[in-house]
Design a protein around this ligand. Structure first.
Ligand SMILES: [Zn+2]
Ligand SMILES: [Zn+2]
Length: 446
């Protein structure tokens, strides 16, 4: 495509710009080998930690074992100051390496929560070690090469709902450490990519309050809360035909009444609204709200909406993505150039790293790992039992270490090339500005 640093490629996502720049011209090519050696020397320790976390799956905010394993290991590393249970979150931690020389602050987020019933089927054991080894290797390079700045490793619990990163962000963890950029990678079965985007979502519960009555003898005395919810559910089903690609509304009924011969005084449901950006979720939510109000209007029941968790979409920073791609490809990877990468790599999954990407320049490259049977047939991806097995393999460990090398090289690139950090920040500010504009632009269809 043409040089078009301001051309919009998708009217609904005005912040996506065509990435026409050439490959990053990195000044620190020599660091990559040194980084590789550091990570190779830590790889066996990381394998032990990864298996320890994988074999003890723990759910959101209860990752006590993973928290202990990681903080104890980090406490033994020279130069690191570790705060377990940081910011009053039992299973969060902050680990800091300070060079005591002026410079940028780079950070990594480590996830380690699992999924109910299927263990580490999202591969967060690999995320934990990629970020940990990345942070440790960055610090070692800083020390050996006399590079100024700081590295912060955040232990971020409850990615699978609960939003540990949002809690840390709101508590000031990133501000308190003057963090400039945030790095993380997620394993999956999609091809390796630098500029992965995730979707925004918001979850909420709905309740309707009506009035009980004998359903046969005096139904006219009742107000049917279930009918209100069914009316809303049907209105949403109709709305689904008129939404934009990327808009997803899902719901379930959690309380449909007590008995068939009683007019239902109470009904409740659980819903999730997703879209490609925070602005679009907000706009879509207004239309969804109208459906719930329709249920209340039609039946006379009283509506109550209880907000749940919300994750922002992840907007990858292209300047950081270019640096990452440059190093990853030099390590034998094959990530396509920015314009194609960003178009090929959106996912409708959501992550609390999205909220981080609205607070500072950030990337979450994907790390392909093999989930295949013996004949090479593709097996399940994240959130399937197949992927739980894949996340434990020796090969996946090796691939995760390669990603960690590229993440570390990106961090060192930021620490040593002020122009890269300036570019990442400039792009970030522009993204924020355009997002505010698109927020004002996107209005729900009446
Ligand atoms: Zn997941
Ligand atoms: Zn995950």
């Amino acid at each position: 495509m043409a040089d078009a640093s301001s051309v919009r490629i998708d009217g609904d996502n005005p912040y996506i710009l065509i990435d026409s720049n050439a490959e990053a011209m990195s000044a620190n090519k020599d660091f990559l080998e040194a980084i590789g050696n550091e990570i190779d020397s830590l790889s066996a320790d990381m394998r032990t930690i990864s298996l320890e976390i994988h074999d003890h799956p723990e759910l959101q905010f209860k990752e006590f074992h993973a928290h202990k394993v990681l903080t104890e290991y980090l406490s033994k590393q020279a130069g690191w100051v570790v705060t377990p249970s940081a910011y009053n979150i039992a299973t969060a931690f902050v680990a800091v390496y300070d060079s005591r020389k002026k410079g940028p602050v780079v950070s990594y987020n480590a996830e380690y929560d699992a999924l109910k019933g299927i263990g580490h089927a999202c591969g967060h054991n690999l995320i934990a070690i990629m970020s940990t080894v990345g942070a440790l290797a960055t610090a070692r390079i800083m020390e050996k090469m006399s590079i100024g700045g700081k590295v912060v490793l955040f232990g971020t619990p409850a990615e699978e709902g609960g939003g540990g990163k949002i809690k840390l962000l709101n508590a000031g963890a990133y501000k308190d450490n003057n963090v400039d950029i945030s790095l993380i990678s997620h394993p999956g079965i999609s091809p390796d990519a630098a500029l992965v985007r995730t979707a925004a979502y918001t979850a909420f519960k709905v309740e309707y309050f009506g009035r009980a009555a004998h359903a046969a003898a005096r139904p006219w005395d009742g107000i049917n809360a279930l009918d209100a919810l069914i009316t809303a559910y049907n209105a949403i089903s109709v709305l689904r035909q008129q939404t934009q690609p990327g808009d997803i509304i899902q719901g379930m009924i959690t309380d449909g009444g007590v008995r068939p011969n009683i007019i239902h005084a109470h009904a409740a449901g659980s819903f999730v609204v997703r879209s490609s950006s925070r602005a679009r979720v907000e706009a879509l939510m207004q239309r969804v709200h109208a459906c719930f109000e329709a249920g209340a209007t039609a039946t006379g029941a009283t509506l109550k909406i209880i907000p749940g968790g919300s994750y922002d979409d992840l907007i990858p920073n292209r300047a950081l993505g270019r640096s990452y791609r440059h190093f990853f490809n030099r390590l034998g990877g094959n990530i396509v150039k920015g314009d194609v990468d960003i178009l090929e790599s959106p996912t409708m999954a959501s992550s609390d790293q999205g909220n981080i990407s609205y607070a500072m320049p950030s990337i979450q490259p994907s790390c392909w790992i093999r989930s295949e049977d013996e004949e090479g047939k593709q097996l399940g991806g994240p959130h399937t039992p197949d992927f739980e097995k894949a996340a434990r393999s020796e090969e996946a460990h090796g691939l995760a270490m390669r990603v960690a090398k590229a993440l570390t090289a990106t961090a060192v690139d930021v620490l040593t090339r002020p122009e890269l950090l300036a570019e990442a920040k400039k792009e970030f500010d522009e993204m924020k500005r355009m997002n505010e504009m698109s927020r004002a632009d996107i209005k729900p269809t009446k």
